[in-house]
Structures are given as C-alpha cells and as structure tokens.
Write a protein that binds this ligand. Structure first.
Ligand code: ATP
Length: 235
C-alpha cells in the first residue's frame, strides 16, 4: 500500500532522513519506534507532503506522492494525525470533527454516517459535542484529534505519538481504540515512544535512529529482541 524508496529529507544542510526504505501493507498496523529527535515526525511529514524529500520516492497505492500538495494527499486517502493534537480550542468538539470532513464536503450523507461511526468509537465525544474542544481533558482531546482524522476517511492513518502526555489508564484505552480502528479496516502507521504498548498491538515495527531505519521485524521478533527491549522497553 505504502512504499518508501531511498527517501532523504534535509533541513538546510542537516540530513534528518537518510535513505529510508519501508513498506506498509494494506490492513497492517505498523509501528515506528525511535527516541526524541530520531526523525519520526520528519518521516510522517515526508509522506503527508509537509516535507519535500530531497531524494527518493514515496508511493501510495502505486501512485507517486512526492510533489503532491498535502490536501491532495489527504484526498488520496493518507491522513496524518500530528503530534500535539493541534485542535481549534475555541471551536466545539463537533466543529473540530467536521473539519476533517472538509475533503468530502459534498457528500453530506457519507459524512453523517462517518460521524456516527466516529462517535461509536469515541462515545464520550457525543456528550461533549457542543463543548469547546479546549475544555476537554488531554485524553478526550486526543480522541477528537483521531476522530477528526477519521472524518477524512483515510485508508492509511498515520498517528504521531498519540499517547504523549496522557495518564497510564488513558494510554491503555487509546491503544485499544487504535487497535479497533485497524481491525475495522483502516491501515495504521503509528509513531510511538511508548514501545511496549505499541508493539503489543502491532503487526510489524521499524526502529529509527538518527534519521535511519536500523531494524525491522514482526511483533514477536521485536518484543523478543534484546536490543529493542534494552533501548525502548527498559526491561
Ligand atoms: P520528536 O518525537 O521529538 O518529535 P522525532 O523522532 O519525531 O522526534 P523529528 O521531529 O523528525 O524527530 O526531528 C528529527 C531531527 O530533525 C531532529 O534533530 C530535529 O531537531 C530536526 N528537525 C526537525 N524539524 C526541523 C526543522 N524544521 N528544521 C531544522 N531541523 C529540524
């Protein structure tokens, strides 16, 4: 479904991504592990069109994404839920969710159906629909951010650090919902520092260090790998 071939991204003279090649297959839940500054967000931005690769190719469903504008990439089925939620705090929860439906604005019936599906995933948001998004708890705001991304009807959903700053119980709930989104048919690429919880729901994972992918494996291999355990799980 998604294929990166020898992708480089530079910020001035600094090479943030170095020769990245990776794949995500239809239906998979793939995790990208890496410490702060490893390059996870740079990689996501290279896929979603916010960063322009200085070398290499990004392909989605056999279509080249390099050079396309971010809104064209969203319309094409690749949606990023950025680190830090980036909600409009003074707008209501419902208005924030509906912003995600902008790319399908002519399909009112489809958007209504999608909204119902999103509210089924996050029932608490139905009670909070008219409240300003900024008045919600951190976990609930993260739900709005993921819900808004789902309103764009992605075939590939990229989630950048969705558990960041959340209480442990909420983190657990968040990972359950991400797994559910994947089980319902959306392919997921998940960048996380919360390695253990992320690997527990993953099919496969890549490890990124200093802008390079240094390891790849399925869930079992990664959870059993001594180096991964020491560096990312702390056990
Ligand atoms: P984090 O989880 O902290 O966001 P990350 O793994 O997502 O980390 P990136 O944000 O992709 O990492 O950053 C990779 C490297 O690129 C870091 O050294 C960072 O300082 C640098 N970097 C990121 N954005 C820019 C930018 N706009 N200009 C210059 N350097 C940048």
């Amino acid at each position: 479904m998604l294929q990166l071939k020898n992708v480089d991204v530079c910020y001035g003279s600094f090479k943030a991504l170095n020769n990245i090649s990776m794949t995500v297959d239809t239906g998979e839940l793939v995790v990208l592990l890496g410490a702060n500054g490893a390059g996870k967000s740079s990689l996501f931005n290279a896929i979603s069109g916010l960063n322009k690769p200085s070398a290499g190719d990004v392909e989605f469903e056999d279509r080249r994404l390099n050079g396309l504008k971010p809104n064209a990439i969203v319309s094409g089925g690749v949606v990023q839920c950025a680190e830090g939620r980036k909600l409009f705090p003074h707008m209501s929860v419902l208005q924030n969710l509906m912003l995600g439906a902008y790319v399908h604005r002519r399909d009112r019936a489809g958007n209504k159906q999608r909204l119902n599906e999103v509210l089924e995933l996050f029932p608490i948001l139905e009670d909070k629909a008219q409240q300003p998004a900024g008045s919600l708890s951190g976990g609930q705001q993260q739900m709005v951010a993921i819900g808004r991304a789902m309103m764009s009807r992605p075939r590939l959903l990229m989630l950048d650090e969705p558990s960041l700053g959340l209480a442990p119980l909420v983190v657990k709930q968040m990972f359950e919902i991400i797994k559910q989104i994947n089980s319902l048919g959306t392919t997921v690429l998940l960048a996380e520092q919360n390695a253990f919880a992320a690997l527990k729901i993953a099919d496969r994972a890549y490890v990124m260090e200093n802008g390079q992918l240094v390891m790849e494996g399925d869930q079992e291999t990664m959870l059993g790998n001594e180096q991964v355990r020491r560096a990312y799980i702390g056990a």
